[in-house]
Write a protein that binds this ligand. Structure first.
Ligand code: 5AD
Ligand code: SF4
Length: 491
């Protein structure tokens, strides 16, 4: 489609230096640009954000969406929108490949839509080799930014729009707007943020990671650990609760080391105790806990709390103390098993889930059997199992004796089978009890049913209607099918 887009430059006056004021200033300019473009298009501009990876990324996407909606973009279900953003993950190599694979499709859509902009952000963009590749072979991307400057999204959109629709193309083709920071100690509060569900929300309590597990790229792409001020966290949760939220998920790479770098240091257990006091809040979840930092104080708070859910995600990674040491995990098999015993003694019925990596460099059959042993002893409710993926720049990538793929795959299959077998045996153990269920959605297959979760995160289907969404119902668990319960609401 041949169409010349005209963008009238909006001159800047007195750009505020402080945040978030500066971003609201740019949101205002972006809003006026979006209006100009929509008038030429003859309909509102649409956007789509595709999220890869973890809960942290999901929450970041909600921040992007909050800003996009604020400046007048309208959400659409298809990736082929006027502004299509990929919020990327790079924890394993296949996450990167997925993004490259799908960018071609976006480029085809862009050729047909002169209003279209493509944005890339998130962890993968923090890798220098990725940026090089994009600059070389993916010139059609309009905006690239990383994990540290998401709060600047409005300002970046304004620059990207001016570069895309106003500036003369550079020699290499259209101009890419690129802004990637190596690290930051900045946390900007009070920007718009959208929520996927009206009754539950993620809440960041910290950013970054200082642990440098030897296989993991996260500390390199998410930067050093920094905690949000407790008052800011409490204020955000209070606002969410006033807005109808009953369940929150506190997010951090390692929530157990929360608060260490604050002016007035505070532990995660102390933070939980403060959050517990918020009236109207019914459920508190958190993710992720590093076993080396899981304190007795936290176990005590979990034991006594009425709101902290009886579910803990406690990544094991390996059951072999030798491998754990090379992974730089700073705990061993015995410590991990002792923690599990303590947790179960304090919080009976606690659901335990985990992450396990198979095929870490140097892993022998014996090491692997240690992992199987922990899995059999702990009996996880469920586990995420991963094939080790070599991440350039991490210490493990240059270790000798990388495990051949077929060996790792064979172990992976054995582990997965065991994990699934135990999960199936454990499913249904609460049948017969009456327990609170937070209703989350109308069942996709059967509209006479609604689907919700127990506080231990198990899924329950029960007869019900859409008006029950967001409420907590007492449900008698009558039977268990596969991995979910069938229940009946009782008064
Ligand atoms: N290869 C495979 N899995 C990994 N994880 C992190 N880095 C790697 C890697 N290089 C897994 C860990 C972590 C989860 C989020 O991803 O198990 O807990
Ligand atoms: Fe990666 Fe380890 Fe940090 Fe988790 S704790 S993000 S596995 S370095």
């Amino acid at each position: 489609m041949e169409m010349k887009i005209v963008l009238d430059l909006i001159e800047r006056e007195q750009i505020p230096e402080c945040e978030p004021e500066r971003q609201y200033y740019f949101m205002d300019i972006a809003q006026r640009y979006v209006k100009q473009l929509a008038a030429q298009k003859g309909s509102p501009l649409t956007f789509h954000v595709t999220t890869f990876g973890c809960q942290m990324n999901a929450r970041d996407s909600e921040k992007l969406i909050g800003i996009l909606e604020h400046i007048g973009y309208v959400r659409t279900d298809t990736e082929e929108a006027d502004f299509s953003v990929y919020n990327t993950c790079t924890v394993r190599e296949n996450a990167n490949n997925k993004v490259y694979g799908r960018l071609g499709g976006l480029n085809n859509a862009k050729k047909k839509n002169p209003f279209m902009m493509i944005g890339l952000c998130g962890c993968m963009m923090q890798e220098p080799s990725v940026l090089e590749k994009l600059q070389e072979s993916y010139r059609f991307v309009n905006l690239i930014f990383g994990t540290h400057n998401i709060y600047k999204f409005a300002e970046l959109i304004v620059t990207a729009m001016e570069n895309s629709f106003l500036a003369q193309p550079s020699k290499k083709g259209s101009r890419m707007t690129i802004d990637i920071w190596e690290d930051t100690d900045k946390i900007v509060e009070d920007l718009p943020v959208e929520r996927k569900y009206f009754f539950k929300s993620g809440v960041n309590i910290m950013f970054g990671c200082n642990n440098f597990c030897s296989y993991c790229i996260v500390p390199y792409v998410r930067g050093r650990e920094r905690s949000r001020e407790p008052q800011e966290i409490i204020r955000e949760i209070e606002r969410l609760v006033a807005d109808g939220v009953v369940e929150i998920m506190l997010l951090g790479q390692n929530v157990n080391s929360y608060g260490k770098n604050l002016k007035e240091p505070m532990t995660f257990a102390q933070l939980l105790t403060e959050i517990e006091k918020i009236e109207g809040l019914r459920r508190i979840r958190f993710m992720t806990s590093h076993p080396k930092d899981l304190s007795d104080e936290l176990i005590e708070v979990m034991k006594n709390s009425k709101k902290v859910c009886r579910h803990l995600h406690l990544p094991l990674q390996s059951g072999s103390s030798r491998i754990l040491n090379i992974m730089n995990r700073r705990y061993d098999k015995e410590h991990y098993l002792a923690l599990v015993d303590k947790l179960r003694a304090a919080v009976p019925d606690i659901a335990l889930t985990t992450d396990i990596i198979v095929g870490f460099p140097g892993e022998t059959e014996e090491d692997f059997l240690e992992t199987m042993d922990v899995v059999r002893r702990v009996r996880y409710d469920s586990a995420f199992t991963f094939l080790y993926s070599k991440r350039t720049g991490t210490p493990a990538a240059s270790m000798e004796d990388q495990v051949p793929e077929h060996v790792a795959k064979e172990r992976f299959d054995r582990l997965l089978k065991e994990v699934q077998k135990i999960g199936a045996e454990k499913a249904g153990s609460l049948t017969g009890q009456t327990l609170p269920v937070l209703v989350e959605e109308v069942n996709e297959q059967d509209a006479t049913l609604v689907t919700g979760r127990l506080d231990n995160n198990s899924v329950v289907h029960l007869e019900g209607t859409a008006d029950m969404i967001g409420t907590i119902q007492n449900v008698e668990l009558m039977s268990c099918k596969g991995f979910y319960y069938i229940g009946k609401a009782v008064d």
